[in-house]
Each structure stands twice: as C-alpha cells, then as structure tokens.
Design a protein around this ligand. Structure first.
Ligand code: NI
Ligand code: MN
Length: 236
C-alpha cells in the first residue's frame, strides 16, 4: 500500500503508539514520554493531536496524558473514572466511556473492550480508583481495523474480539512480568487471527524480557510479527 493511502502507526516505546489516518486524524494511545527510557530521542509529536486514548491508570500509560492533551488540544478518551481523574488534572475535553461502548472519533470508530490487569492511579495524594483496565478496537474508515490490548494477560474472550471486530493489525504486550509474554501472546494470536502483530510493552525495563523473535518463533507463518524499534513508523 502506498504511504498516502495507508494508516500510519508509530511506536514511541513501551505501550505508546501514535496512529495517523489518511484523513489526518492523529490519535495517541497511552502517552508515556518524560519517564519513558525508550521514547525515541528528538521525536516530535504532531502539533495537532485529536485524541489521547488511555487503557488504564498506571503511570507508564497516563504519565504524560494531561500535558499532551493540554499542549496539543486533544480530547482524552478513557473509562469513566479515569477520564474523571484526568479532568481533575485540568484537561478540559474528556470522554468517559465504558466497556462495550463505541464512540466515533472523526474517521475512526473506537470500541472499548476487555483487558485483564490492575488499574489504580497513584500520585502525591495517594492511590485512586480509576476504573478497570481496557483495550481499544479502532476501525479506521476506509482503512484497517486495529486492536491495542493495553496491559493484559491472554484471555479467552479475545475470541469475541475477533468474532465481532476482526482486527487485522493487533498491538499486544509481550514483555512479560506485568503482562503476557511471548508464549501467551502466541495464544492470543491464535484467538485473534490477525495478519500483523505489533509487539509493545517489551524492552523498556530489564524485567520485560519477551522479544518479538520469541513470539515469531511461536506463531505460524500466516502471522507477521513486526520487529520494530521505538520511532519506527509502520504503514498498514
Ligand atoms: Ni499497567
Ligand atoms: Mn504497563
């Protein structure tokens, strides 16, 4: 597919992903920038970010949500309680949805789906309940269906995500320790039947030992595992 017709996905290290549609919608998922040891040096975010999507309240997923939303004029989309928490940090535009719900974000239809992970947010005032962990399915008009699972173990209802949405490109954590590793991600691939896997949440910290090569060795040839590095942009 030529670049001008493709949806572009840029990995910014850890679970941080920038999605840019042909129609010019820019979506940033789980912005973790200032304290992300793998954030690509000198990478400039686009001036306009339309939406920031958050999968759960841990610092390595929401660390830069409020500053990015304020600087780039983004609307923050998250589960209700987390959206409320981010609004409390002075973000004026938030959408607090919940599991199973779908919102239309310009040319992208976004559905909030299940994930299995803890989700509290911690700050100087303590630990806060900010809903549960979620994933997102993003159906780009005239483009691919994408799935960003957030932090999760593998779970059998990924088969429902395949049945209902049929994502072609899936972003799955493979680092292990806090999420599934390659062995579990290979089962996730069996349940999801994607064409392409973009591995995330690996290599950031020493504890996250899973690698794309390990996953690639466990899935069949019909699944393409992209061995990308932070800063790489993939056209899908
Ligand atoms: Ni987490
Ligand atoms: Mn995490």
């Amino acid at each position: 597919m030529s670049k001008s017709q493709a949806t572009r996905i840029t990995w910014l290290g850890h679970a941080t992903v920038l999605i840019q549609t042909v129609q010019g919608t820019n979506i940033l998922i789980d912005p973790f920038i200032a304290h992300n040891p793998k954030y690509p040096k000198d990478f400039e975010l686009p001036e306009k970010i339309d939406f920031v999507l958050l999968t759960h309240g841990h610092g390595d997923h929401i660390g830069d949500a409020a500053p990015v939303a304020k600087k780039h004029g983004a609307t923050v989309v998250a589960i209700y309680e987390l959206a409320d928490y981010i609004a409390g940090q002075g973000v004026t535009q938030t959408m607090g949805m919940n599991l199973g719900g779908t919102v239309t974000l310009d040319d992208v239809t976004v559905t909030m789906v299940d994930a299995k992970h803890s989700a509290a947010a911690s700050d100087e005032k303590g630990t806060h309940y900010v809903g549960v962990a979620v994933g997102f399915v993003l159906a780009v008009a005239g483009g691919p269906v994408l799935y960003h699972s957030g932090d999760t173990c593998v779970f059998g209802d990924m088969a429902l995500i395949r049945e209902i949405y049929q994502p072609r490109v899936v972003m799955l954590p493979i680092g292990g320790y806090y999420t599934m590793g390659p062995q579990e991600a290979a089962v996730a691939c069996r349940l999801l039947e994607p064409e392409t896997v973009l591995p995330i949440h690996w290599g950031t910290f020493p504890a996250l030992t899973g690698t794309p090569a390990e996953l690639a060795a466990l899935v069949g040839p019909e699944v393409k595992v992209v061995h990308w590095k932070p800063g790489d942009e993939i056209s899908v």
